[in-house]
Structure formats: structure tokens, C-alpha cells
Design a binder for this molecule. Structure first.
Ligand code: MLT
Length: 337
């Protein structure tokens, strides 16, 4: 082969390899779709925004996450199924809407289990949280890679102030399709109405239901003040909202992208706890200024706590596993069962 022919062939090969490398780099760049159950302004959205920022930075700008708030991509329950099938990349939703797909996360929705933000952080960021993540991968085909902390779910309604269980009688209260929460309201003496999150605002607006429970920040982000008047500061459930990724999508990523996803999820989780502390009191005042009336449950919530603990816990001890519950209680510094 003459030197000039050799040069031409080498150049051709080099150009070909460069083009292949370039096209594979371009092909790999991806905009991941992230469903968000709540509206803009809530803890879920804040977690998503922080995750997207961190993820983009950690992949050198190559990958992005596009957020679809306010259940645009379907109800929270549907987003779990879609992520499991790999037709959706990410979703941020309330843990209570993951429980039907992976019952062991019910440990986070047992009434009065989590009594503070510290408890929530302890459970989610310890071996217990890691086990729950492993379980969701196994049971539901989704991996938890971050957590939003949203505060206690307070009870709202459009009819009257509620401070006792007697006040609750006769009210139609919407609950998520979560057995533990349904049983809690039954223990409180009423039959609640299970309803998908995406239908809840309309349900309240059309008075299909009189009330619901969700954290202050969620009440505000969802504009429930437009259709609800009274708030009761019950503290039976501290709302935790995981950021999940489709396990099949996660496994398709190269190691460096997987690392970026996990690190971005961790950074967003840390930000979420700070956001809650900074925002919750401010939002409470805003809701009062908009005309909502806030009351504490009578007698330090005693009858609410007693009934829920006496009637709901025994039913779920076997299902959730006494050992698992005790590990969680001990991690939070409380006595085992
Ligand atoms: C629900 O009530 O279904 C959820 O907690 C809503 C949410 O994701 O904020």
C-alpha cells in the first residue's frame, strides 16, 4: 500500500470511529420524565427541582429531568405501575400511595409511628429505609432514591371545626386508597371515602366529600383553602414522599449515571428537610390569612391516639412483622412492642 493510500485509510477509520463515538454520546443524552403528584410549591416539587439541578450538574449537563407536576402524568398510583413497566422514569408521590404495591412500607404509615421530622429522617435514612427501598425494588419494580419530608397530615373540612371524635361524626372524609389510613378513620368512628389523589380537589369542590388530610404545605400548594375552611392539627401521620425511579430504567444506566442519580437524590433529600423547616410555619400563617380556621384536637389528641393505637396497630403487627416494627421503634429511641 502506498503511503498516501495508507494515510487515507487511517484517516477514514479515525473519522468513522469519531463519528461512532459522537453519535453514541448524543444517543445517550436523555431527558428523563418525572411525574409529580402535587402542584408547584409543595415539598414534592421542591424535591424534584433540586434533584433535577443536581442531576444535570453531576452529569456535566448531559442528562436532564423534566418535571410534570399536579398529576399531569396520571394519578400517583398509576405512576408506580408505569414506572414498574419502564414507561415512566421517575415519580414523586406520597408513601401512602406506594404501600398498596409494597406493603412493608406501611411501617411509615402506621398511625402515630412517626412523631417528628427527626423520626422521619431516622427511619428513611437508616438501614430501615434501605430495607424498604430493597423491598420496593423486589415488590413493585421501583427504587426509592430520595425522600421529601412534608410534615404532619392535618385534617381539613368545609363544614365545621373538629376537635373531638364526636365532631368528626357525619363528615365524609376522603382518604388515599391505603388500608392503614382507612382503618384509622374507622377506629375514629367513621367510614372514610377512598379516592385517588388526582380526583381529590374536584371531590372537595363538588362536595362529594367534606374533607381530607394532608400536610400544611400540600394544602397550600393544592389550593385547598379555596374549598376547605377548617383545619384540625392531628398528628397521626407524618407525610413522607419518596422519589422513585423505574428499576428497569435505573439498571439500563451506566455506572456513572447511576451514581449521579443516587447522589442527586441524596442532595435533594437533605434539601427537603431544610425546606420543610423553613416553610411550614410561614404557610400556616398564609392559610390563616386566607380565612382558614385552625384548631388543636381536644385533650392533647388523647382519644384519637388511644383509638388508633388500640385498634389499628394490632391488625398490622403480623403483616408488617413485629421485628421490623421493633427495629423502627428502637431506631427512634422508643420502647419495643
Ligand atoms: C394523598 O393524600 O393521596 C397524598 O398524600 C397526596 C400527596 O401526594 O401529596
Amino acid at each position: 500500500m502506498t503511503p498516501s493510500k495508507h494515510f487515507t485509510r487511517t484517516l477514514g477509520l479515525a473519522l468513522c470511529l469519531t463519528a461512532t463515538a459522537l453519535s453514541s454520546t448524543l444517543a445517550q443524552a436523555k431527558t428523563f420524565r418525572m411525574a409529580i403528584g402535587d402542584n408547584v410549591g409543595g415539598t414534592q416539587y421542591e424535591l424534584g427541582v433540586k434533584f433535577a439541578e443536581e442531576f444535570k450538574a453531576r452529569t456535566g449537563g448531559k442528562h436532564e429531568a423534566k418535571l410534570f407536576p399536579n398529576s399531569q402524568l396520571g394519578s400517583e398510583e398509576d405512576t408506580v405501575s408505569n414506572a414498574a413497566m419502564g414507561t415512566l422514569d421517575f415519580s414523586i408521590l406520597a408513601i401512602n400511595n406506594v404501600t398498596p404495591f409494597s406493603p412493608s412500607v406501611g411501617v411509615l404509615t402506621l398511625p402515630y409511628m412517626i412523631q417528628s421530622l427527626d423520626d422521619a429522617v431516622t427511619l428513611t435514612q437508616s438501614e430501615i429505609g434501605q430495607n424498604l427501598t430493597d423491598n420496593t425494588v423486589r415488590d413493585a419494580g421501583v427504587r426509592i432514591i430520595g425522600w421529601a419530608y412534608s410534615g404532619f397530615r392535618v385534617l381539613t373540612n368545609s363544614k365545621r371545626p373538629v376537635t373531638t371524635l364526636a365532631d368528626l361524626e357525619g363528615l365524609q372524609i376522603r382518604v388515599p386508597k391505603n388500608e392503614i389510613m382507612i382503618d384509622t378513620y374507622r377506629a375514629w368512628g367513621i367510614n372514610p371515602t377512598p379516592m385517588a389523589w388526582a380526583e381529590t380537589f374536584t371531590g372537595l369542590q363538588l362536595k362529594v366529600v367534606d374533607g381530607q388530610d394532608n400536610p400544611y404545605i400540600t394544602v397550600s400548594a393544592m389550593k385547598f383553602d379555596e374549598v376547605q375552611k377548617y383545619i384540625t392539627n392531628i398528628r397521626y401521620l407524618f407525610s413522607i414522599e419518596p422519589l422513585i425511579i423505574s428499576e428497569s430504567v435505573f439498571q439500563e444506566q451506566p455506572a456513572d449515571v447511576q451514581q449521579a442519580i443516587l447522589a442527586a437524590g441524596k442532595a435533594a433529600t437533605e434539601h427537603s428537610a431544610q425546606f420543610l423547616v423553613a416553610e411550614e410555619e410561614k404557610i400556616k400563617k398564609e392559610l390563616t390569612a386566607k380565612g382558614m380556621v385552625i384548631a388543636d384536637p381536644a385533650n392533647g389528641e388523647k382519644e384519637w391516639i388511644d383509638r388508633a393505637v388500640a385498634q389499628v396497630w394490632p391488625k398490622y403487627v403480623d403483616q408488617l412483622g413485629k421485628d421490623n416494627l421493633n427495629k423502627a421503634l428502637q431506631a427512634m429511641g422508643r420502647d419495643p412492642l
